[in-house]
Write a protein that binds this ligand. Sequence first.
Ligand SMILES: [Zn+2]
Length: 107
Amino acid sequence: MGELVCPDCNNVMARLFDAPDGIAVSAWIPAAASAPGDPNGRRVGWTFFAMIDDSMPDEESAPLKCWRGHDHLVVTARDCRTAAAAYRSTGRKKRVPLSPMGPDTVR
Ligand SMILES: [Zn+2]
């Protein structure tokens, strides 16, 4: 119902799904060893999956890395709720750019 995108290249980094208990977040995390622009298209990484329910604080966050090499991005529960709220009010998928990881980021 929503997508979290890299603010630099608009690459979709995570997808949001409606779940009975809240928001399900599914993201692809490239492994550190995978080179950006791998000519063989072979991507190494793992899938990040999280549930955001009503008890999770807005500041709850997880670092994400764009596979094109844009690092230091962070997804917060607030971002996911923003996208989910927009979807529920408009019925349209919402794209939310991720925030750069800053010194004020609560981890
Ligand atoms: Zn990027």
